[in-house]
Design a protein around this ligand. Structure first.
Ligand code: FES
Length: 576
């Protein structure tokens, strides 16, 4: 868009190029009038609404009602709301993995925001990859934008026990694998695990990203935790529609809100909520759109001084609807206030500090702890160094087994996800509970799409003997709803010759979380010898279409797995 077009408002923005701007506007006006608009309506500020409803996305089941509420708010404030579709991604309906498609959704959203006339945009996201994709797009398109999430699902009940997706999904599946529950019961459980529309009801990736987005300032206060089906969710959406009209007038763009300081606030929130490890990958991608790098050593240090305050699954015991009833993020913001950058602007037009000062009064509740009595003392996510961590690997120690945080064991190596799936339950697999399970080729390029396969299941024969956790290492990701002593995001990934590619069966591996080390106890000369024989697992010239683009352009985990050509041209700052 030329700078001249950027200054245009409403229908005059982003005119189709026929070489005659007046003709373009005339034609556009004629076409949109086919939908019954009056000139008066078309003269108003236009608020685009990103419609991510899809029959394949139960986490977005309520989007039509959210759109209605946002439209109501927009019209109350004198704007003209126009919704438009983009790609929608659900975790269980995206082959090979939704992460592979996140960048496609980000490109789709960015280009549709840019291509169509709108003075501000309301981004309706929810399921894991959707909000990151939209924030990446908004950062690049840089017109006023505001996020509304679909909100968490309610919790359900199975035979009198409270359940919710998806920490309990994994717990029940582990029990089924261990022979503790039978096939009819696992079928019955599918009726109750996801009792309503909305995103996963624990502190998984969707909830994590929603909380981080509120801390980042891209969402109106209170919006992260309201359950998807409650009336309050729709009141929040109405307010967002209203606020979008003011944002359009103020010209408050994402690049003024997403800064190193506000990204640091989002990272602080990630740590304090014991959030998903995926949160850091997505934040790196959003920051990368504005030329901001994550400083992982500084992030680790931040982790050491940020206790986990929320008692939510998978690190704790409650569900998202409990967090909402406990005041949402208000008690978290109150506790974190001394650690946050309070001058950061938010989409409300006020600073984070002003918003925190205006929070509703505190009341007694049990879900959010105080900073003096946290659920976990510092460092929910630790950044590992050492010869096996390469340029970085991470572990969510708050979801791991304390006794395994310093552990040496023999490597049991799987060459790929397929290899792991084929052999993990083989009764002849040579494995004991003190071994370290290693999975290669699970990274951004190798898998492709860095799937959430890092949660390598405990081999059935060990699970049946009561083994609940082992040290597991991969260059993949893990669902935010999963738990275990699991090292993730080893970078560079094995598919491009990272250190993980050099591990062989029987090598001794040491995980030392207190000292932030991941070590392959093999002589450098031997590693050098192995390196000489490495071959890339895939020849990119045999690929086509989006898969080839992905393979050739995706960057590594510490950069957010964005496409290199979508990031800012240069690094201008670091965070935290
Ligand atoms: Fe959509 Fe978990 S599957 S948030």
């Amino acid at each position: 868009m030329t700078s001249n077009q950027k200054d245009m408002k409403g229908m005059k923005r982003a005119l189709t190029n026929y070489g005659d701007a007046e003709f373009s506007l005339y034609l556009r006006t004629a076409f949109i009038k086919a939908m019954g608009y009056t000139d008066e309506a078309l003269d108003r500020p236009i608020i685009g609404i990103v419609d991510t409803h899809s029959g394949y996305n139960p986490c977005h089941a309520t989007v039509p009602d959210l759109i209605a509420a946002i439209k109501r708010g927009t019209m109350l404030a004198g704007g003209l709301p126009i919704e438009f579709p983009t790609i929608s991604l659900h975790e269980s309906f995206a082959y090979p993995t939704s992460m592979f498609l996140r960048n496609l959704m980000a490109m789709d959203t960015e280009e549709m925001i840019r291509a169509q006339p709108m003075d501000a945009v309301v981004l309706i996201g929810g399921c894991d990859k959707t909000v990151p994709a939209q924030l990446m797009a908004a950062a690049s398109a840089d017109i006023p934008a505001i996020t509304v999430v679909t909100g968490p699902m309610l919790s359900g009940s199975h035979r009198g026990e409270r359940v919710g997706a998806c920490t309990d999904c994994r717990r029940f599946w582990a029990q089924y694998r261990a022979g503790e529950i039978d096939a009819p019961e696992i079928d019955e459980i599918t009726n109750n695990l996801v009792p309503s529309g909305g995103t996963c009801g624990v502190m998984g990736t969707a909830s994590t990203i929603a909380c981080m987005t509120e801390a980042l300032g891209m969402m109106l206060p209170g919006g992260a935790t309201i359950p998807a089906v409650l009336a309050d969710r729709f009141r929040h959406a109405e307010k967002a529609g209203q606020r979008a009209v003011e944002l359009a007038a103020d010209g408050l763009t994402p690049s003024r809100i997403i800064t190193p300081a506000s990204l640091a606030n989002a990272l602080r929130m990630l740590l304090a909520i014991g959030g998903s490890t995926n949160g850091i990958v997505h934040l790196a991608a959003i920051a990368g759109r504005l030329g901001i790098d994550i400083d992982y050593q500084a992030f680790d240090q931040m982790g050491r001084e940020t206790p986990v305050l929320i008692d939510l699954k998978p690190s704790g015991s409650y569900y998202m609807d409990d967090l909402y009833r406990a005041g949402g993020l208000a008690p978290v913001f109150r506790e974190l206030k001394p650690l946050l950058n309070l001058d950061c602007l938010t989409v409300s037009g006020r600073t984070l500090g002003e918003e925190i000062d205006d929070l509703p009064a505190a009341f007694r509740q049990e879900v959010v702890r105080t900073i003096d009595q946290p659920i976990h003392q510092g460092g929910s996510i630790a950044v590992l160094n050492g010869n096996l961590a390469g340029s970085g690997a991470i572990i969510k120690q708050s979801a791991g087994t304390p006794q395994l945080m310093a552990h040496t064991g023999k490597a049991v190596v799987f060459e790929s996800i397929e290899d792991m799936a084929a052999r993990i339950d083989d009764p002849d697999l040579k494995v004991s509970e003190t071994d370290v399970l290693v999975m290669k080729n699970c990274g951004p390029r190798g898998a492709p799409g860095m799937p959430e396969a890092g949660y390598i299941p405990i081999p059935k024969k060990l699970a049946r003997n009561g083994v609940k956790d082992m040290v597991r290492i991969s260059d993949g990701r893990m669902s935010g709803t999963a738990f275990g002593t699991i090292v993730l995001h080893a970078s560079p990934e094995s598919a491009i010759g990272g250190p993980l590619a050099l591990v062989e069966n029987g090598d001794l591996i040491t995980l030392d979380v207190p000292n932030r080390l991941l070590t392959l106890n093999v002589e450098e000369s031997e590693l050098e010898r192995r390196r000489a024989y490495l071959k890339p697992p895939v020849d990119p010239t045999t690929l086509r279409g989006y898969l080839r683009l992905y393979h050739e352009q995706v960057n590594q985990a510490e950069k957010g797995c964005d496409f290199d050509f979508m990031t800012a041209h240069e690094t201008v700052a670091k965070t935290p």
